[in-house]
Design a protein around this ligand. Structure first.
Ligand SMILES: [Zn+2]
Length: 420
């Protein structure tokens, strides 16, 4: 398959073309899910796919599937990402994965290359979650992690439901979300972090998505006059919180590659001459391995009484959210690794720090992801940038990975039994 090559200029041209739909003066994109701008980019995508001879179907969560038939009657190999953006989003987050898949499909069509499995380019609805929370909602329903009725009843700030917004742009399809078996799913995405750039690697072979947990903590002491209360008689909740910020940081450092952060803190009453009587803060713990994350949680929970008791403080703590670790399918990950090698690109394994549609899809189909570097690791920002060359390398790896997966399916005789 060495001779099949995606067209870097054409891919770049389409990234710039779609970036104009919702383009911002600062060079970013504001294209919130299920708005009229989203309809425009969906119409654009549908027209391009149909020009290539694809049949485009839409499910009742608005996810779009552009299909090119294969020679066998097996579930399709799907690849794609999302076309919606953050309010101050960039040109690449999500869009790259859909347009690179489209470019890959175009390359196959132009070469007259017939795949064994059908090939489908997917656009998942509302990955970002900024207009309707939560994020990754259509892939979540597709994977049966999120209830469809609940997802469709989510409201935006103006009180419009997700279902009404789907109808308003004409993208509530007939197909029932989740009743669409896949042989495999691949997602190309910008890294949204600094590792690949720092190490000068072309490609991140994404082996999984790390487990994440959030906690709410309140430390209570006693409000007191700063001038009149001697040091040894204080119950300073902020001092306890400060020691906890340090303890949480230490827990992260003790469990590499885990990360542990206090990112939000509220000091009460937050007055210059009051010893703080109460502090609320949140802890974010992440690790690729669930068992290691358990250890991190134990570390934090052990630190709380150790910090609070000597200072005369009390505390409450609650885990309010958790996402288990995702380990992508070994065959799909190997296909990505071989694709990078075959293309002559430098690569390293990475674990995604952020959530993605592929994390949900991996529950119902063998899945993997490909990362490319982005400038300074910056994303969810109008300044988000990956070069034409970087985008092309990602698309080329996507092409080769999908063909590798297709050959594996063909060798196994294509019963389609791997699709669940
Ligand atoms: Zn994204």
């Amino acid at each position: 398959m060495r001779n099949l090559a995606i067209d870097a200029e054409r891919l770049w041209g389409e990234i710039m073309e779609t970036a104009a739909i919702g383009g911002t003066p600062k060079g970013g994109v504001c294209r919130l899910t299920l708005t009229d701008l989203d309809r425009q980019v969906r119409d654009w995508f549908k027209a391009r796919a149909e020009e290539l001879g694809c049949r485009v179907t839409v499910d009742d969560m608005g996810a779009m599937f552009a299909r090119r038939e294969g020679t066998a009657n097996v579930p399709p190999i799907a690849f794609g990402s999302h076309l919606d953006t953050q309010p101050t989003g960039g040109k690449f987050d999500g869009v790259l994965g859909v347009l690179a898949a489209l470019e890959t499909l175009r390359t196959l069509v132009e070469a007259g290359y017939e795949t064994y499995a059908p090939i489908e380019v997917v656009n998942w609805t509302n990955e970002e979650g900024s207009r309707f929370a939560p994020a990754m909602v259509s892939s979540g329903v597709f994977a049966k992690v999120i209830e469809k009725d609940w997802a469709q009843s989510r409201q935006d700030r103006d009180g419009m439901t997700f279902a009404a917004a789907l109808d308003a742009i004409g993208y509530r399809g007939k197909e029932r979300c989740g009743e669409h078996p896949l042989s495999a799913f691949f997602e190309l995405h910008i890294e949204q972090g600094p590792i690949l750039e720092a190490e000068g690697k072309d490609i991140g072979v994404v082996t999984g998505v790390q487990a994440m947990r959030w906690y709410e903590v309140t430390i209570a002491g006693q409000d007191a006059h700063t001038g009149a209360t001697p040091m040894h008689l204080r119950k300073n909740a902020l001092l306890g919180a400060a020691r906890m910020v340090d303890a949480v940081d230490a827990v992260g450092r003790m469990h590499p590659p885990g990360v542990a952060t206090v990112g939000r803190i509220e000091n009460r009453p937050n007055s210059p001459n009051v010893v703080p009587g109460e502090v609320f803060f949140m802890i974010d713990l992440r690790h690729p391995d669930g068992a290691a994350l358990d250890e991190m949680e134990k570390g934090v929970r052990a630190a709380l009484p150790e910090v609070c008791a000597p200072l005369g403080l009390t505390f409450t703590e609650q885990r309010i959210w958790e996402q288990p670790a995702v380990r992508f399918n070994a065959d799909c990950v190997a296909a990505v690794r071989r694709a990078a090698e075959l293309s002559g690109y430098s690569a390293r394994d990475v674990v995604s720090g952020a959530g993605h549609d592929a994390a949900y899809i991996s529950r119902v189909a063998p899945s993997a992801m490909i990362f490319i570097p982005c400038l300074g690791g910056i994303s969810h920002n109008e300044a988000e940038f990956s070069s034409k060359e970087q985008c092309a390398k990602g698309a080329q790896v996507l092409l080769q990975a999908v063909l590798d997966c297709d050959r594996q399916l063909a060798e196994r005789g294509g019963s389609g039994k791997d699709a669940r």
